[in-house]
Design a protein around this ligand. Sequence first.
Ligand SMILES: [Mn+2]
Length: 249
Amino acid sequence: MADGSSFPGQNNFQTALSHTEDSLKKIYQGLPDDWKLLIEYKPYEPNFYSTVIQDWGTSFMLANACGEKAYSLVDLGHHLPNSNIEQIVSVLMLKGKLGGFHFNDSKYGDDDVTVGSIKPYALFLIFNELVYGMQNNPQNPDLAWMIDASHNIKDPLEDLIQSLEAIQEAYAKALLIDQTELKNAQLNNDVVKCQEILQDAFRTDVRPLLESARLASGGALSPIQSYRKLNVRNELIKERGKHNVATGL
Ligand SMILES: [Mn+2]
C-alpha cells in the first residue's frame, strides 16, 4: 500500500497509520475463508518523505492487528541499502507471519532487476533462513512465491527463466548446508567454521544437479538454450500476434 507523504508536516503519522489499520481490518473481514492477506512494505515511493507501511515491523504489526490469515510480504527490493533481509525473513518465520516473497534484485533501490543478478550471496543467505524456517517453524504457513521484476531491455520470458534458475540455485545451495554441523559450530563459538560451512555450500556448483533434476522431471537441460533453439518467442507471436505499444492492440 503506497499511502504516505512527500513533505514533513503533510501527514500526521499516527492518524495515517490508524486509517490504514482500520481499512485493512475492514478488508480482512471481507476475505473469503480460503484467502490470505499479504501486507507488503516499502520505505519510499511514490511518496518520498514517509510511507505508512514503511518496513517489516509495521507490516508485522498490521498483520497481527488483522488476524491469523494476515501475513507480511517481503519484496527483496523494498529495503534501504544494506538491510539484513535474511534476518527479517528469519524473524517473521519464527513468529509465523512470513506470507510470501516478491523476488527480484537491487543495486540502489527498488530496481526490480533479475533475481540473483546483483547479490547472489544475499539471495543464498535468504534461502538458508527459508530452509531453516521450513524445517523448524511449522507455525509458518506455506509461502506465496512470486517474481516481481521488470525489464524493458530483455525478453521477459528469458528473464523469468534466468530468475527461476537463480532461485533454484540459491535453494539447492542452501539445502547443502548441514544444519546440525552449523548449529554445533555456533555452540562451540567457532566463527570460522560457521563461515566455512556457509561458503562451502555457496561455492558448490549445483548447476549439474539442477540439470539432472530438470531432466528427471521431463524438462530441458538448459531452459534458455531450448527456449532460443525452439524459437519460442517468434512461434508465440505467430500464434497470438504482436502487441502494438502505440495502439495497445
Ligand atoms: Mn512487490
